[in-house]
Design a protein around this ligand. Sequence first.
Ligand SMILES: Cc1cc2nc3c(=O)[nH]c(=O)nc-3n(C[C@H](O)[C@H](O)[C@H](O)COP(=O)(O)OP(=O)(O)OC[C@H]3O[C@@H](n4cnc5c(N)ncnc54)[C@H](O)[C@@H]3O)c2cc1C
Ligand code: SF4
Length: 512
Amino acid sequence: MPKLRFVLGDQLSTALSSLRDIESGDIVLMAEVGDEATYVRHHQRKIAFLFSAMRHFAEDLAKTGACVDYIKLDDSDNSGSFTGELERALARHDIDGIVVTEAGEWRVMEMIRGWSRQFDLPVEIRADDRFLCTHDEFAAWAGRTKTLRMEYFYREMRRRTGYLMAGPDEPAEGRWNFDAENREALPPRLEAPERPNYPPDAVTQEALDLVRSRFGNHFGSLEDFDYPVTREQALHYLGWFVAEALPKFGTYQDAMRQGQPLLFHSHLSGLINCGLLDPRECCEAAEAAFHEGEAPINAVEGFIRQIIGWREFIRGVYWREMPGYGERNALDARRPLPDFFWTGEIDLNCLKQSIEETRANAYAHHIQRLMVLGNFCLLAGFDPREVQEWYLVVYHDAYEWVEMPNVVGMILYADEGLFASKPYAASGNYINKMSDYCGSCAYNVKKREGEGACPFNYLYWDFVARNRRHLARNPRTSRTVATLDRMSEAKVATARADTRRFLDGLTSGGDY
Ligand SMILES: Cc1cc2nc3c(=O)[nH]c(=O)nc-3n(C[C@H](O)[C@H](O)[C@H](O)COP(=O)(O)OP(=O)(O)OC[C@H]3O[C@@H](n4cnc5c(N)ncnc54)[C@H](O)[C@@H]3O)c2cc1C
Ligand code: SF4
């Protein structure tokens, strides 16, 4: 008897576990549903990208002979939910079982777990082996370690995959990690390479028109949409990245330049997360470039670490800590997120640039997310739930499993250092060192207090004073607390008063 194989929108891979043993007579169900597009009001570009990628994938799958039942968002009877579409599909097809690859998010997994009872059919939930580390393997590793630190997890993944290994316990070029070489600012005359673009075809145009009419009031812009949306384009983009940008990816990984959102970054996260690219093939392409002498070790090691290290680690943390992880708020941050996160109307140039680029591209690179926007959210004490929602809405690569630990653990320290060894708090000095933002800013990065001073400078000391108790007991931040204690009372009071004046001047509560 035929099976129904339900493929979700971030499972766009023909090698997917739920499609592996597909037989003639089986039905592949794919559905664009309103619930998923609106449970948070995703960036317009993110919705258009995913609908276009889903439609292209369904076409490619059908060409292999699979029987694909594809439900478009504007199909007249679309029920608006995965469960509703499954119910309708079961009425259309004679089916004796459902096969699905586990969902990336807790919320959707809970829904899938209910299907067997609800429809009185066997539901086989298969592991998502696009990830290199299973839930059990992560749990076993976490159980053997005293503190969850990505670096040790990463070394285990290097040993296990054999990527950049010279022997069973011997990393290529003698070191596990070349991060110390990856913190250079961008030399003024160094230009980022020009990227290939993929102009919308008829399928993408239809997705763009649909988003314009149905979600035109969501955050973000659809102008000049040119992101890869097919497997073929994704592979082309990966090849371009490895040849043209990877060689300098490592060295300038932390650098920021006004008007240049991508620099040498891969821009592959959206393609990997939705399934158009497999993380292994990305690592293998980068590793081959190293062995052929086309990219240096610091670049290739840095790139592979992000994928088999950070990406897998973050997913492991999410599943280990759910449910409830999103509610953590160790620093008791309660301030509402200000409106300018949606409008970009703010005179702090680093924030303005990062938000405007996010609005235009549904993308900002890691350091903008971490050390500009994230750092500001941490210092200002914005409510973790509101910050999570913002990050989930605005980035084309954002799914809860990857967004949540990056926000709760990495930027906000809301889990009290579950995996971050200290809060990533920094004054304006760091942003000035790594970018050209400060030169065109209304504020003076060198000024620490009073009118015209860079707000990051006083917010930083207010943050340290406000969270003194947490920071004093962490060996990596206790020296900062000691510095605070050596500052005069008047200086600390000024930083705190400047902070209050600045934060109270921000408005929040508008719609987006
Ligand atoms: C607050 C915050 C929120 C984030 N939210 C997301 C998100 O929703 N989705 C997402 O994919 N990434 C997220 N990241 C991680 C990272 O910023 C993006 O993966 C990266 O900027 C994507 O751009 P890129 O493909 O050019 O990455 P590159 O800089 O070229 O890095 C290569 C790849 O490494 C992986 N990677 C790197 N860092 C991380 C990380 N910390 N966690 C997981 N994967 C990583 C990505 O797959 C990325 O494509 C977040 C980071 C922060 C600090
Ligand atoms: S001066 Fe301060 S607020 Fe302005 S761009 Fe620099 S770090 Fe940002």
